[in-house]
Write a protein that binds this ligand. Structure first.
Ligand code: IMP
Length: 431
């Protein structure tokens, strides 16, 4: 049975939530492998909108096992709120959600350090979500993190917390001039979380690998996007985890030989939230039009997303490093009504032509897009489910993306709802 990774090929917000929700119908296990509650995956079911931050979108399908893998950083208070919110809306969460013992915890001081770091960066701030993501991954890499399993051992938890707070408080007090944290307060708060989360804590690596061994279908749900990947994104304007397909292996404990497909999700145009270079950004009223028509406001922070044309240069890079086997194009309907559409095929910088994404931030920052202009379409594509019913210009746009990237399009999303989808190729039947 195939195991499929769904990954964003731009700067996040590609519409992965809906794609995962649709594909999870045929999955046995749906697993998150990186990021934290900085993510916001929107899924609309029967005109009811759900926004998921930490829990895999598969939870909205009955009888799916959902995993939060070791590569995720978990704010336990946020997770408990999310579970509570879903339960209140009738979503069953009992014996179908498991949290890795090895996942690292986001602590209150991570949120404080995130905020203070951004303040000190001033105009060069990253525009983080302010959820403590970067500092939590710093502690993980620095080997002073506290893991989910530690919640089950109060004395070990207190000991680790106390030892680490000594360093954290020194920084807060002397570098940031910010208030200190106290062991007892955090300890008491987190022991309440421990009780609430105990039933979900598990060896998720064993669950996922035994599902694969039993020929079950596993869907790996990426968060953020390739250009926000800590290694392969627009560093330092990135998040602090591996958002690319390779992150699924380390973030869950699954060997690369077990992965069969990588579905790359691409919005029909480009958006970015937070700071950092974005060559195809549209600065005039057309950008505003896309933002309003596409509802381009952050699902987590509510921030307005920057909007721009499709950028084939970054997508070429993303297709390559993710080993993409098929594309899902989302929000095609948002481009309805435009006279013409631009596609960036290369960049120029100081007289040189770039066909590939330059790794040097200072070069990427100065890149000017070289556009190809294609015909737009005046018809309404929302809700279309048959490729042949798309206006000819929309069909050509899709085919042009396939040709430019050398990868077939397997799905096209034409609206928010589950059924507003053109399915060109199944992911789970081996076809
Ligand atoms: P952090 O992940 O909160 O540290 O933020 C780092 C960068 O990643 C900022 O530019 C955020 O706006 C961006 N970011 C983090 N999560 C998401 C997401 O789910 N969608 C889009 N951008 C994100």
């Amino acid at each position: 049975m195939p195991n499929v990774i769904v990954v964003g090929l731009q700067w996040g917000d590609e519409g992965k939530g809906k794609i995962v929700d649709v594909l999870s119908e045929k999955a046995d296990v749906v697993a998150r492998f990186q990021g934290g509650h900085n993510a916001g995956h929107t899924v609309v079911i029967n005109n009811e909108k759900f926004i998921l931050h930490l829990i895999p979108s598969g939870i909205l399908n009955p009888n799916k096992v959902c995993l939060i893998g070791n590569g995720v950083v978990v704010d336990p208070g946020a997770l408990i709120q999310e579970i509570k919110g879903l339960k209140e809306r009738g979503v069953a969460i009992k014996n179908n959600l498991f949290l890795s013992k090895n996942a690292h915890l986001i602590m209150p001081y991570h949120v404080a350090v995130d905020r203070e770091n951004e303040r000190l960066r001033g105009v060069k701030n990253i525009g983080t979500t302010g959820r403590g993501i970067g500092p939590a991954y710093c502690d993980k890499a620095g080997r002073s993190g506290i893991r989910v399993a530690d919640l089950l051992y109060p004395e070990i938890f207190r000991e680790k917390l106390d030892a680490h707070l000594f360093h954290v408080n020194f920084l807060l007090e002397h570098l940031y001039k910010a208030p200190r944290f106290h062991t007892e307060e955090i300890y008491r708060e987190y022991m309440v979380y421990a009780e609430a989360l105990a039933e979900y804590i598990a060896d998720t690596d064993i669950i996922v690998n035994s599902t694969i061994a039993a020929h079950g279908n596993v869907l790996f749900e990426g968060a953020q996007g390739t250009l926000l990947d800590i290694d392969h994104g627009t560093y330092p304007y990135v998040t602090s985890s591996n958002a690319i397909a390779g992150g699924a292996c380390t973030g869950l404990g699954v060997g690369p030989t077990k992965i069969s497909k990588v579905l790359g999700v691409v919005k029909a145009y480009t958006t970015r939230v937070g700071s950092g270079p974005f060559p195809t950004e549209i600065h005039d009223s057309l950008g505003e039009h896309l933002r309003e028509r596409g509802g381009e406001y952050g699902a987590t922070t509510g921030r307005a997303r920057r909007c721009g044309w499709l950028d084939i240069v970054v997508l070429r890079h993303s297709v390559r490093i993710n080993g993409v086997t098929g594309l899902a194009i989302t929000k095609l309907d948002i481009l309805d009504g435009l006279d013409s559409i631009k596609i960036c095929s290369s960049y120029t910088h100081k007289g040189s032509l770039y066909n590939e994404f330059p790794k040097e931030t200072q070069i990427f920052e100065g890149c000017e897009p070289v556009y190809e202009e294609v015909e737009g379409w005046k018809a309404d594509t929302s809700g279309i489910r048959d490729f042949k019913k798309l206006p000819e210009a929309a069909q050509s746009y899709i085919k042009k993306i396939e040709t430019m990237l050398g990868v077939d399009v397997h799905l096209i999303s034409t609206g928010q709802r589950r059924d507003e989808l053109i399915l060109l190729k199944e992911q789970f039947n081996g076809s």
